[in-house]
Write a protein that binds this ligand. Structure first.
Ligand code: SAM
Length: 259
């Protein structure tokens, strides 16, 4: 997308406040504005980067927890899943969904599904621990992308996978034009109507997407963070892209002091 000249404000305070304000309507907005495609994108992610073995899974910037919940369900409650986010309002909604959907199974001995308040740039989690570290539509919002990616790689097991699901720009020119105009003119208006958010959350969305790397540029950032065999698949005409990389088996990371 062109036309955005000033850099979008992605300070932690602004991002946390914005998601706190729209949290109550976040899920509805997500499904309406994506026409339900978000379900498919998550399904594709858990199918492509499927759990195997008993090691835990981490979903960062988990928001209302949909990807964490999908992973827990996919692993049939046999693998622990942790979801982290720094907006407490989003996490409370994630916990409610967990309790409603899987509370009984967890109470009767299934693996835990835990939500922890944490900044992706400094995760209070041990290194080399998770078989999969995922993020859906979250990395774009993290103030320092490389710090976030480095932390995701740090906590991933050697040989484990890091999955990034993120918006991208369609490659087809006609579809790109439609998408650009939908994003710029339609989405902010519908979004504002629903979300009634003072900080223009749905103006933030197209701005943050237009200024975030995608395709080879984001794959290169993942390589810079130490991942190998990084591959990506555009989904739904390239509106979203799933990026997957593997942490090399020989790499072990020290847990930073204080984490
Ligand atoms: C667009 S939502 C995505 C939520 C969820 N993953 C999904 O797919 O619906 C982005 C989430 O990232 C979180 N977030 C942004 N920056 C963060 C950071 N530095 N640390 C932790 N969470 C962050 C926000 O609080 C918000 O819940």
């Amino acid at each position: 997308m062109t036309g955005s000249v000033s850099a979008v404000d992605k300070s932690e305070t602004r991002v946390r406040q914005m998601f706190g304000e729209i949290s109550g309507r976040y899920d509805l907005m997500n499904h309406v504005l994506s026409g339900g495609t978000d379900y498919y994108w998550r399904w594709w992610t858990i199918r492509t980067v499927a759990p195997s073995g008993a090691s835990p899974i981490l979903d960062v910037c988990t928001g209302t927890g949909d990807l964490a919940l999908a992973y827990w369900k996919r692993a049939k409650g046999a693998v622990s899943v942790v979801g982290t986010d720094f907006t407490p309002e989003m996490l409370r909604l994630a916990e409610n969904k967990r309790d409603t959907r899987f509370g009984k199974q967890i109470a009767s001995g299934a693996a835990p599904l835990t939500f922890i308040e944490a900044d992706t740039q400094s995760l209070p989690l041990e290194s080399d621990h998770f078989q999969i570290v995922s993020v859906a539509f979250g990395l774009r919002n993290v103030t320092d992308t490389m710090k976030g990616l480095n932390e995701m790689v740090r906590v991933c097991q050697p040989g484990g996978r890091v999955a990034v699901l993120e918006f991208s720009m369609p490659t087809n020119p006609l579809f790109g034009w439609i998408y650009k105009n939908y994003f710029r003119y339609v989405l902010p208006r519908i979004g504002q109507l629903f979300a009634r958010n003072k900080q223009s959350a749905y103006e933030y969305l197209p701005q943050s997407v237009s200024q975030f790397p995608y395709g080879e540029a984001l794959a290169n950032l993942m390589r810079d963070a130490g991942l190998e065999n990084v591959k990506y698949t555009p989904l739904t005409f390239g509106i979203a892209t799933l990026y997957v990389g593997t942490k090399p088996t020989h790499v072990r990371t020290k847990t930073p002091v204080g984490n």
